[in-house]
Design a protein around this ligand. Sequence first.
Ligand SMILES: [Zn+2]
Length: 202
Amino acid sequence: MARRLPWLLFLLLFTFVVAIPADALAARYSTIVLDAGHGGRDNGAKWGGVPEKRLTLDVARRVRKILQKKGVRVIMTRNSDKQISISSRAAIANKYRNAMIVSIHFNAHRNTKITGIETFYASSRGRTIASRIQTRLMRKIRSKNRGIKFTKRLGILNKTRGAAVLVECGFISNAHERKRCNASWYRQIVAQQIANGILASR
Ligand SMILES: [Zn+2]
């Protein structure tokens, strides 16, 4: 019995020192798919000469830069001003196992007084990510917190297999919000907070 003790100790050490930390460090989501809304002939919303498609791509690129510095694998559904269908976006995301999909949009409403930030999800895993991103955005941006919202009506959330969220980063139909959405300092804060939410969810 005494002879077996060293081996038992070795096994115990192996389990705690090698096996457990390796597993704990493994990310739940091995790939982050960033989906810049709209593009090409599809401007998305367009107010005061500011097209949504340009803002979404810029924020997606900024998020990518932050994540890549942390060694995270990032895929973009588009990285230029081109039109791409929701099905094609989903097909790109669905090529990766354990992917997290973050779709980036800016909001608009006929009522130009409406402002705020909101994040949509369609699954329980999506809800967790949405909550983390929304919380971090509201921590740094003074705007109406429109909260996280469950929906089954957004294609990018329905057609993707991974955990997916859609972030609405501000209303370009509101003059005040449009002005800052169009400013790079604001998009950098948005990108940093979205990236922080993603990193906290991995
Ligand atoms: Zn949009």
